[in-house]
Design a protein around this ligand. Sequence first.
Ligand SMILES: Nc1ncnc2c1ncn2[C@@H]1O[C@H](COP(=O)(O)OP(=O)(O)O)[C@@H](O)[C@H]1O
Ligand SMILES: Cc1ncc(C[n+]2csc(CCOP(=O)(O)OP(=O)(O)O)c2C)c(N)n1
Ligand SMILES: [Mg+2]
Length: 327
Amino acid sequence: MTLAQIGEDELLARIFPLLPVPAATSLGPGDDAAVIASGIGETGIVLTTDTMVRGKDWLDEWSSAADVGAKCVAQNLADVAAMGARPAGLLVTLIADAATPLQWAVELSRGIGQAAAAADTGVLGGDLSSAGAGVLSVSITAVGRLDGPPVTRSGARPGDVVAVAGTLGRAAAGLELFLAGDWQDARADAVELLSAQRCPSPPLAAGPRAAQAGARAMIDLSDGLVRDAGRVAAASGVRIELLAEALAQDIAALAPFVGGEAARACVLAGGEEHSLLACFPAEQELPQGLPQGFRPIGRVLAAGPEGPGVTVDGVAPQVSGWDHFGG
Ligand SMILES: Nc1ncnc2c1ncn2[C@@H]1O[C@H](COP(=O)(O)OP(=O)(O)O)[C@@H](O)[C@H]1O
Ligand SMILES: Cc1ncc(C[n+]2csc(CCOP(=O)(O)OP(=O)(O)O)c2C)c(N)n1
Ligand SMILES: [Mg+2]
């Protein structure tokens, strides 16, 4: 049996039972970030980590070292925001073949520093380690502060409104353009899609805003809308019903660049967008009732006989989303 045969979710289900969760942990593995008590009132500290590997998460042909640094910060801070927390600091690990140009490591750090500063945070430390020929990997651990209870994946309830802050499918469309290979002469508007893939800019401030507004569940969209909504559905024991009409504009905006079918796949299954998907009590359904930056895209329904899952206009979409091991 290999990792490819089981995929990420099944691997996690097998390893979680082997890992003791420290005493007095508020929230252990399984959500966007873990939570421990801060020791100050009811507030908590969130902790999360995300890694990028050359060849798997970026290619040097299309991403500069600064892009890689900024993207790794964005991925991590999106997980902090998805708990409803604000960033408190980063730890950075660089694992590199000793033949890596010094300039690459310097530019990586410049990208990390700029992205951290833009998010009103900074770097607390890290680690350096060498690796075999051609290996290059960046790992960041982010720490965040909560002002109130964390917003987990498990609090969605039937009747809630499903809303998203940030764009959908743009990083995936950028990846399509890179993989198609003819991106160097891209039109100005296509360059925005390439940038969304090189260094996404998640709506970080929307996370704490959602928490403040009473969001019941939240996740950042790293592996695709349907797959990540499915994680909220599974954790909450509900069905998430997305409305095709609410996604039509997102799909139409990408179609001229990648074609209609790929545009739909980008919006429903594209990874690395790091927008925030949240479920709010139904009385907040009107856009002015939702916190700034969120727009409604669906409803939470009872799970029904088929169990928790995601549907689009009542039908289970035939899209998969990203899995590092192909599961
Ligand atoms: N090797 C591991 N050991 C323990 N927990 C892990 C491991 N890998 C991932 N996790 C936990 O599993 C959950 C899902 O991980 P992941 O899919 O990477 O989350 P995200 O998409 O939010 O970055 C997270 O709570 C994470 O902390
Ligand atoms: C060379 C290359 N191939 C494929 C991808 C696509 N890709 C890599 S990781 C990923 C999903 C996000 O993975 P990760 O950042 O590990 O997410 P998380 O742990 O937050 O779920 C996608 C769509 C890419 N960015 N670069
Ligand atoms: Mg996440």
